[in-house]
Design a protein around this ligand. Structure first.
Ligand SMILES: C[S@@+](CC[C@H](N)C(=O)[O-])C[C@H]1O[C@@H](n2cnc3c(N)ncnc32)[C@H](O)[C@@H]1O
Length: 203
């Protein structure tokens, strides 16, 4: 059974209040840097792409979940999302100006998450950008935020929860990206320092 079969329909309504500021920040960065070609890796319901489309920015997305992709295809600003494995993308090298992924890396095994970031790097153009949103738990993260994040991930359960724990223990994003040559451009924190958005440039 696929992980998002039942949760796909409630994913956006439940997470909307927490995620909306992050979605808005992505929109403001797209406006600031005026990307012409955007790929949302593990795009889920296509929520970010729909919000970008509302603002006049076109992008495409890939995901493996039929349930998520069905929702992405709905609505006035239906997202252009297709079924494709992020660990082995079909795109040619250097195709996109901006390649982003949100809340996807922490739930994968280390090997899959590493393959995804390598593939993101491969399909990003020279001087193009990579935007990653995920958890970052540190001394600066509030107790409430930590508790909520652990609770959400515990509810997700099974392999998802094991991978989340391993992601956090191994050191999250910095460890996952080790050896990949990227320059940090901007960093923003959300959810009382529990979630980080990092914009990197491939230079
Ligand atoms: C937590 S959701 C995040 C969705 C979206 N990025 C967001 O910000 O709401 C993670 C998504 O990753 C997708 N996914 C998991 N493994 C994948 C893979 N190998 N290739 C493409 N998508 C994958 C899942 O189907 C799910 O939709």
């Amino acid at each position: 059974m696929e992980e998002y079969q039942y949760s796909a329909k409630i994913y956006d309504p439940i997470l909307f209040p927490f995620i909306r500021p992050i979605r808005n920040k992505v929109i403001s960065l797209v406006k600031k840097y005026q990307y012409k070609s955007i790929l949302d890796v593990c795009c889920g319901t296509g929520d970010q792409l729909k919000l970008l489309k509302e603002q006049g920015f076109e992008g495409e997305g890939i995901d493996l979940s039929d349930a998520m992709l069905r929702i992405a295809a709905k609505g006035e600003h239906a997202a252009d999302c297709i079924e494709q494995d992020a660990t082995q993308m079909h795109y040619e090298n250097a195709k996109f100006d901006l390649v982003m992924t949100a809340f996807s890396l922490h739930e994968k095994s280390h090997a899959s998450a590493r393959k995804i970031v390598e593939e993101m790097f491969r399909v990003t153009s020279e001087n193009g950008d990579i935007l990653i949103v995920d958890y970052e738990l540190s001394d600066r993260t509030s107790v409430l935020s930590k508790a909520l994040i652990y609770f959400i991930e515990w509810i997700a359960g099974g392999e998802h929860y094991r991978n989340f724990n391993s992601y956090i223990k191994k050191g999250g994003l910095p460890e996952l990206l080790s050896g990949i040559t990227l320059t940090e451009v901007e960093r923003h924190y959300f959810a009382q320092h529990g979630i980080v958005l990092v914009l990197f440039r491939k230079v």
